[in-house]
Write a protein of this length. Structure first.
Length: 575
């Protein structure tokens, strides 16, 4: 086992809540903690409750209908198309087309997981004496995770209820607060966390640099969150990221791929991580979304594969062929079994043993080959071998764990450098330094210095993404429809009209499928003032002038449970 579970939990500072051994806990215990079976005056129970807070954060990010899939499936890089004969489709299509409503499961799950985590965090905070010097660090950890839950909820839903204690009267219903009030609360909490953390660091938990990263994200996206247009958010973001740079505590990992290995505990780039563990914290089942069962053989794993998600073809075409991040992120072309060398599995390495794929004649047979082109999101959908597959996160060979035990980096140092570059460009300050920072990030993914180098003109120019509607339809009675590419429905919008479009591209290549893209698409504007998120078409998603889908609808279940809630503007039930 990579890490014992006690290293996934927090080792509290001396005199603080002590960490008891939790290696014999099954995960479902967290969901059984309540006022009838936990004593908050007991250190052990309080430690368990804080462990429950961290478990909820992992569920929020990694659950099957968790935040990862909600955010990524809505963007211009990754999708889950309908697949004839396999069973994918349904709400995934709505997420791609930006026409979801309040009943979509991918929307409800993050909401209820985050608020459960907030409830646990509130209980810990309620039980801690804030005037006890020995409890300062412990309080900071609980407040950090509560702030992170609220940060993600605010980012996704904007108009959300705020509750800061569990000491409430029966029948209490938390009330929605204004975006400004929620923004101020999250910022104040994170600032307080920085002070409480001091220089302490705990694997899998926050520290003052993780708090600075969350603050930087809040500041960077301030204009999106509050509908403002000033530069004060960029100034504040710049100060936070420069404090991280000046600390000297982090550096770029030697290779891009190292940031997505199973074990990130020694990675110099990782600032905040959701830990995985083969025995106790298997959760991130990304391989099941991406691969057919036979495709898992390319990695030497026996994990389940359900053949769902894939890359949007227009996105794949944006990569420079010399960019190693393409192959590090996406699997394409013929697939071969993993080559086993000692205890190591080299993905797709045994060229003498191709993986054979047998299915109905309308899906193709022969060597398993991931084709770049995909017909459509829903009519007819994607045939079984269509679309490049995401293998960015390590698929562990020799086990049935797949990606489920991977550590998942939430904040890494690369983002510090890229946020600094963006702020400098937006502030019109030291632009050459901004280009140098982006070049520094790119350097490890190119063998050629010339290819790695980005200029100010590159970053301030348009995007190379060939935006526009781009799908193929097939007649329902067409024989061997998977070979029919004759009916191409396409428009061309391109990316020349995107301000700082070159920087948007670089952010996309570096942070592809890392919970990054939605914020970027909302923050980056076209010359007509619309965000890229709204104003551009991609694959089967069409451009719009409405801003309804800039935030997600409040889930039906939440509205029923709290009758004081008002639906977000533009959705059914909104006033």
């Amino acid at each position: 086992m990579k890490k014992i579970f006690s290293k996934v939990l927090i080792a509290f500072a001396a005199g603080s809540i002590s960490l008891t051994s939790c290696t014999d806990l099954d995960e479902t215990l967290y969901d059984r903690l309540n006022e009838t079976n936990i004593d908050l005056s007991n250190e052990k129970d309080l430690s368990l409750l804080l462990s429950a807070v961290t478990a909820q954060y992992r569920y929020l990010v990694e659950d099957w209908f968790g935040m990862y899939h909600l955010l990524e499936e809505s963007c211009d890089q990754y999708m889950v198309p309908a697949r004839p004969g396999v069973g994918w489709g349904d709400a995934y299509i709505n997420l791609h087309k930006h026409n979801w409503g309040p009943s979509v499961g991918q929307i409800y799950n993050p909401w209820q997981i985050a608020y459960r985590g907030i409830g646990y965090a509130n209980s810990v905070i309620d039980a801690i004496n804030p005037d006890d010097p020995a409890m300062v660090s412990s309080l900071a950890h609980a407040r950090f995770f509560r702030a992170m839950f609220y940060y993600h909820l605010f980012d996704m839903f904007r108009n959300i209820p705020l509750q800061t204690t569990q000491n409430v009267e029966a029948g209490y219903l938390p009330q929605q607060v204004s975006p400004q009030e929620m923004y101020d609360f999250i910022v104040q909490e994170l600032i307080a966390c920085k002070e409480g953390f001091g220089d302490s660091e705990f694997w899998g938990y926050g520290n003052k640099y993780a708090a600075s990263m969350a603050l930087a994200k809040m500041y960077l996206n301030k204009n999106v969150y509050l509908g403002t247009s000033g530069n004060d958010g960029y100034e504040a973001c710049l100060a936070e990221v420069e404090s991280i740079i000046n600390s000297g505590k982090y550096s770029l990992a030697p290779t891009y791929k190292e940031n997505f290995a199973e074990d990130l505990s020694k990675n110099p780039e990782v600032i905040f991580v959701v830990p995985g563990d083969r025995t106790h914290t298997v959760q991130f089942g990304l391989q099941s979304y991406c691969f057919p069962q036979s495709g898992i053989e390319a990695y030497g794993s026996t994990a389940p594969g359900y053949n769902g998600s894939c890359a949007i073809p227009q996105w794949i075409r944006t990569y420079d062929e010399a960019d190693k991040r393409l192959a590090d992120t996406w699997a394409g072309g013929p697939q071969y079994k993993a080559l086993k060398q000692g205890d190591t599995y080299i993905p797709n390495g045994d060229k003498d043993n191709p993986i054979m794929f047998e299915a109905d004649d309308w899906t193709g047979t022969g060597i398993l080959t991931y084709n770049l082109n995909v017909h459509s999101i829903d009519k007819p959908g994607a045939y079984q071998q269509e679309g490049y597959r995401l293998h960015k996160y390590e698929i562990i060979g020799g086990t049935d764990d797949g990606t489920t035990a991977d550590d998942v980096a939430i904040f890494r140092y690369t983002d510090v450098l890229m946020m600094k570059a963006e702020c400098l460009l937006r502030l019109g300050r030291n632009k050459d330094e901004a280009a140098s920072l982006v070049t520094q990030v790119r350097a490890r993914s190119f063998d050629s210095t010339a290819k790695a180098t980005r200029t100010v003109a590159d970053l301030e120019g348009g995007s190379v993404y060939a935006y526009g509607h781009d799908e193929y339809t097939v007649a329902e009675d067409a024989p061997a429809g998977y070979n029919d590419w004759s009916n191409h429905i396409t428009t061309y919008e391109g990316g020349a009209d995107i301000e700082l479009g070159g920087l948007l591209d670089d952010l996309g290549w570096e942070f592809c499928c890392e919970l990054h893209r939605r914020q970027d698409l909302l923050r980056f504007k076209m010359k007509d003032g619309r965000s890229v998120w709204d104003g551009k078409s991609w694959f089967c998603k069409d451009a719009t002038s409405t801003t309804t889908y800039d935030i997600y609808s409040i889930p039906d279940e939440a509205m029923k449970a709290n009758i004081s809630l008002k639906q977000n503007p533009g959705y059914s039930g909104a006033e």
